[in-house]
Design a protein around this ligand. Structure first.
Ligand SMILES: Cc1ncc(COP(=O)(O)O)c(C=O)c1O
Length: 378
């Protein structure tokens, strides 16, 4: 057990260790952009777009300002708007449903699977109406959604798929990378993501050349040529400084994802006994899924007490997410109430994400696990 009179400091997430390791290369990459003087849509952006598309197993990448805009622009480019319905999960970051609503379409929520916290495909069909245009699955915490069943439903009902892969760059489902299942997929490079920029950044990836072209147009106010506006777009571009940082970090991504996986298996090994006693639930990785552990999330009835216990011992943890989207005030007009999506509601009360970043040491993982074990034995 750690000495509680002298608390250890294990944060939920810490970028300083990674930045220190890459400091010289990062400064060099930034300096070269500054020297060239091209800050918007330059050669780093184009090169990074190609590399990310390749990583996802598709042809095109379109760098945008952030992951939320990636979702919004992909939906717009697919022609989704007022009167349309898009099926998605209520247990995700706000931007997933917020982006649907920004287009004027309605997010239609479907409850999640208790084991993976991702969309439960068995519940989707009942929510399909003549207005349904698309399904928007989220690969939450880096675990792929059940894409086999989702693709089958989309084919059966002629629906589009937009993958929210904001938390899942590099994850795979049955050997195929996430981002390559949908008509489009959206990535976020928010600093805390597995591949994080030094600010906001995002990307749409797609295999469809017409869709790629439309997103390219929409990110520059729909102008082509400049100052001649074909579509009502927005100003949302990945900038050169961010692309230079991301391109450099991308070289390390598979190693970092691998390290996250080994941290996750160490956590699972250490906490297995508690899970067997039914005291908490560990993340499950269904057969055929390559999870990239953006988060290592557990579920426990006494979540809030456990979080306070860890905090007293200098251990950070985070709740992603405390309020499911159907109960958010901003969506009150959809008329949802408590009880509509019980699995998501229970997850919101019980999930807790433990410290997770590639530079976390095995010793730190052991300290966190020991503190959790101690909590349940108190
Ligand atoms: C699941 C999910 N969707 C969308 C987003 C939006 O990305 P961004 O913060 O880059 O706008 C995020 C990231 O925060 C996310 O986790």
């Amino acid at each position: 057990m750690p000495n509680c009179s002298k608390p250890v400091q294990i944060p939920s997430f810490d970028l300083t260790r990674q930045n220190a390791e890459l400091k010289d290369e990062l400064l060099e990459a930034l300096a070269s952009v500054i020297e060239r003087g091209q800050f918007i849509l330059g050669e780093n952006v184009s090169a990074f777009e190609k590399e990310v598309a390749r990583l996802c197993g598709v042809k095109f990448g379109i760098g945008v300002g952030n992951g939320s805009d990636a979702l919004y622009l992909a939906l717009l480019a697919l022609g989704i708007g007022p009167g349309d319905e898009v099926i998605t999960t209520p247990f995700t970051f706000f931007a997933t449903a917020g982006s649907i609503a920004r287009t004027g379409a309605r997010p239609v929520f479907v409850d999640i699977d208790a084991a993976t916290w991702n969309l439960d495909p068995a519940l989707i069909e009942a929510k399909i109406t003549p207005r349904t245009r698309a399904i928007l699955p989220v690969h939450l915490y880096g675990c792929p959604a059940e894409m086999g069943a989702i693709v089958a439903l989309a084919e059966k009902y002629n629906l589009k798929i937009i993958e929210d892969a904001a938390q899942a760059i590099g994850a795979a489902y049955k050997g195929k990378k996430v981002g390559s299942f949908g008509d489009a997929a959206c990535l976020s490079f928010f600093p805390t993501k597995n591949l994080g920029a030094f600010g906001d950044a995002g990307m749409v990836v797609t295999d469809n050349p017409d869709l790629a072209d439309k997103v390219r147009l929409l990110r520059v106010h729909g102008a082509r040529p400049k100052y001649y506006h074909q579509l009502l777009g927005v100003n949302s571009r990945l900038d050169e400084l961010q692309a230079a940082v991301l391109k450099l970090k991308l070289e390390h991504l598979s190693r970092w994802n691998e390290r996250r996986r080994s941290i996750a298996s160490l956590y699972s090994q250490l906490l297995k006994g508690l899970a067997e006693e039914g005291l908490l639930r560990l993340p499950s990785v269904p057969e055929g899924m390559e999870h990239i552990f953006h988060q290592y999330t557990i579920q426990a009835g006494e979540r809030d007490k456990l979080q306070a216990w860890l905090k007293e011992r200098g251990i950070g943890s985070t709740i992603y997410y405390p309020q499911p989207l159907h109960l958010q005030k901003v969506f009150a007009s959809y008329g949802h109430k408590e009880g509509d999506f019980p699995v998501a509601e229970r997850a919101a009360r019980e999930v807790l994400s433990l410290p997770m970043f590639p530079e976390l040491t095995d010793d730190e993982v052991k300290i966190v696990a020991e503190a959790i074990i101690e909590f349940f034995k108190r």
